[in-house]
Design a binder for this molecule. Structure first.
Ligand code: DHB
Ligand code: FE
Length: 287
């Protein structure tokens, strides 16, 4: 059976991609951010995953407000990076793990989640940026991907507790997938930010730090919060953070944190990262 080997969370801010494209990663403004990912990249290399399940939201690039699925699963053989208006990016297309995607869709339906099934779509910075942060800029990505799209844009958005339950179903799908693939799950988005309205520019570093701690040790608290709590605490776009609960729900109750990092760049978004393993696996590896 396939094996879940790690759960990772990261912000997916588009200016990160622009900073990489423009060669700014070593500049004083960006270096403290990118340095935080050095140990996470090393962890990923050592972990040798075959598949990355990436939970993210499209930002009006592939879905617009005229059609927004609450939960959708990519079941394609390939996903091209979408041009978000700055021209095509020099990153390779993402190969799909279509067989795991179909198995996930089937497992979801059996467990009373009814996702939209997508066989052709381009993916935006919500998927691109986390892949670049954890895998760098290879000629070809070393993993196949399963994209899970969550609507955190068009109200009504799903409940945080529902995202957490979806994670449990994702875990069932991984555990029951015939094969020996090593799977990592990437929760993306956040941390606190608001791009619009009277509170535009709002960040809440204290709440971000508490989130980074509790996603490992007290995810039930984060799953019990309301959607309004997320918007009030993390900002209207900071509500993206509930997507980390899909990743966390796929993991065991007890996890170990291998790496974590938090940074508020001179932009508008609290940027956070975490790398977790199931505690039982970590103990077995240490023995
Ligand atoms: C921005 C966009 C995002 O999708 C996000 O998660 C954070 C910031 C932005 O445009 O700045
Ligand atoms: Fe986003």
């Amino acid at each position: 059976m396939a094996k879940l080997i790690g759960g990772l969370g990261t912000s997916h801010v588009p200016s990160i991609a622009a900073a990489i494209d423009k060669g700014l990663a070593e500049t004083p403004a960006w270096k403290p951010f990118f340095d935080g990912y050095i140990p996470a990249k090393a962890w990923m290399k050592a972990a040798r995953p075959d598949i990355a399940v990436v939970i993210f939201n499209d930002h009006g690039n592939s879905f617009f407000l005229d059609r927004v699925p609450t939960f959708a699963v990519g079941c394609a053989e390939e996903y091209r990076p979408v041009d978000e208006g700055w021209g095509p990016r020099a990153i390779p297309p993402f190969e799909g793990a279509a067989d795991l995607s179909w198995h996930l869709v089937d497992t979801m339906v059996e467990n009373r989640f009814d996702p939209t099934i997508i066989q052709e779509i381009e993916v935006d910075h919500g998927l691109q940026v986390p892949m670049e942060l954890f895998f760098g800029r290879p000629k070809a990505w070393p993993v196949k991907v399963v994209p899970i799209f969550v609507n955190v844009i068009q109200y009504p958005i799903p409940l945080p507790s529902r995202c957490y339950e979806l994670g449990r179903v994702l875990r069932k799908a991984i555990d029951s997938f015939p094969g020996d693939e090593r799977v990592v799950v990437l929760g993306t988005g956040g941390l606190s930010h608001q791009l619009q309205g009277a509170r535009a520019g709002f960040v809440n570093p204290e709440a971000d730090r508490a989130f980074l701690k509790d996603i490992a040790t007290d995810p039930d608290r984060l799953a019990a919060l309301s959607r309004e709590d997320y918007v009030a605490t993390f900002g209207s776009e900071g509500a993206e953070l509930m997507m980390w609960l899909v990743m966390r729900g796929a993991m065991d109750r007890d996890v170990v944190v291998r790496h974590t990092h938090y940074f508020v760049p001179a932009s508008m978004t609290g940027a956070g990262m975490i790398v977790m393993e199931n505690a039982a696996d970590a103990a077995r590896a240490a023995a």
